[in-house]
Write a protein that binds this ligand. Structure first.
Ligand SMILES: [Zn+2]
Length: 341
């Protein structure tokens, strides 16, 4: 999986980890029983994200004095979870430098992100960023008893409010702190690229003239629907989409019919395309199905016919979506009623 991502996305660093077990040794307190203990380092962290920007902030206080604070911006593709976690990782890095080695002070880290705290508690985490953060906390905890506490957000705890302000400040400006993209973003980018690749191959492949009338744009969405059809119907639908149907034109090519003319109108070769878009016998069905579409027109040379102008049947229509499936099923059913016992 990793190698595939690296090949497809050489320029997008993403957050993934093979998943070795790493324990976070700090203590955890999820009870929201906030209290300031004298002489302790109280650390407040917060992340922030909206449509404009993402960032995080933190503040460190001792006896209600601010001894350190910070605001940083991150990539817009980073998740709120990542900003919350980055805030913790960043402040712990700062603390490791700030606190003298022999200063054995208690450290309370307050975060309002339950998901970030629970990720730190979880020994098997797939995020490399979580692993890195655990490592930093473990280093801090080795010399300063560290407690990671959950604090209710927006509940007027001064420290949390301060971190919130810093986080918003971070989201709005510099300095920049680079965090790899969440795996979800990488997966989405890969999926987009694969669809692109698929579309280009489909555009480039020669032939498949009939199928391309219905499927101009590739999509994964129709498969789960189409596969649920009863077996016979499924096979017939595929036949109608691809032109490999038990209709005269295909049957003649197969040597199974003497002529290829439409049994309904005797005016054109019998193909799914003719039946759905052109055949005079199916005007009512066509009108019922497509009346409100721009590409329906009256053919002046052939009297008031309701036909589909194929020049107007644009690429946008040629998506094998639910509407088109219903369209094909509808004509197929009508055809079967008349010509298939
Ligand atoms: Zn016909």
């Amino acid at each position: 999986m990793n190698r595939v991502i690296d090949q497809i996305l050489p320029d997008l660093p993403y957050d993934n980890h093979a998943g070795t077990r790493t324990q976070c040794n700090a203590n955890f307190n999820l009870k929201n029983n906030f209290q300031n203990v004298k002489g302790c380092l109280n650390v407040y962290t917060d992340g922030s994200k909206d449509d404009e920007g993402a960032g995080f902030g933190w503040a460190v206080t001792v006896d209600n004095l601010i001894v350190g604070e910070c605001a940083k911006r991150v990539n817009l593709y980073n998740s709120v979870f990542q900003t919350e976690l980055a805030a913790i990782g960043d402040v712990v890095t700062w603390l490791l430098n700030y606190i003298p080695l022999d200063n054995n002070r208690n450290v309370f880290i307050f975060s309002d992100s339950l998901s970030a705290i629970m990720a730190l508690q979880n020994p098997i985490e797939r995020s490399a960023e979580v692993q890195r953060c655990k490592g930093l906390i473990n280093r801090l905890h080795a010399r300063n008893r560290t407690v990671v506490c959950w604090i209710k957000g927006h509940a007027e705890h001064t420290g949390n409010e301060l971190a919130d302000v810093k986080a918003k400040e971070g989201a709005a400006g510099a300095p920049f702190h680079d965090i790899p993209a969440p795996l979800r973003v990488a997966k989405k980018a890969i999926s987009d690229q694969m669809i692109n690749f698929w579309q280009n191959s489909w555009d480039d492949v020669a032939g498949h003239r009939q199928t391309k009338l219905f499927i101009g744009t590739v999509t994964k969405e129709i498969h789960p629907i189409i596969i649920q059809l009863p077996r016979r119907q499924l096979s017939q639908v595929v036949g109608w989409i691809t032109g490999h149907a038990t209709l005269n034109r295909h049957l003649q090519i197969m040597g199974l019919s003497n002529d290829n003319w439409c049994r309904a109108c005797k005016r054109a070769p019998e193909t799914p395309h003719h039946i759905i878009f052109d055949c005079v016998r199916f005007e009512e069905t066509r009108y019922a199905q497509l009346a409100n579409q721009d590409y329906i027109y009256d053919d002046p040379d052939r009297g008031p016919l309701i036909r589909v102008n194929m020049d107007e049947w644009t690429l946008a229509e040629r998506i094998m979506n639910l509407d088109n499936l219903v369209l094909i099923l509808c004509f197929m059913k009508q055809w079967n009623n008349i010509f298939v016992n």
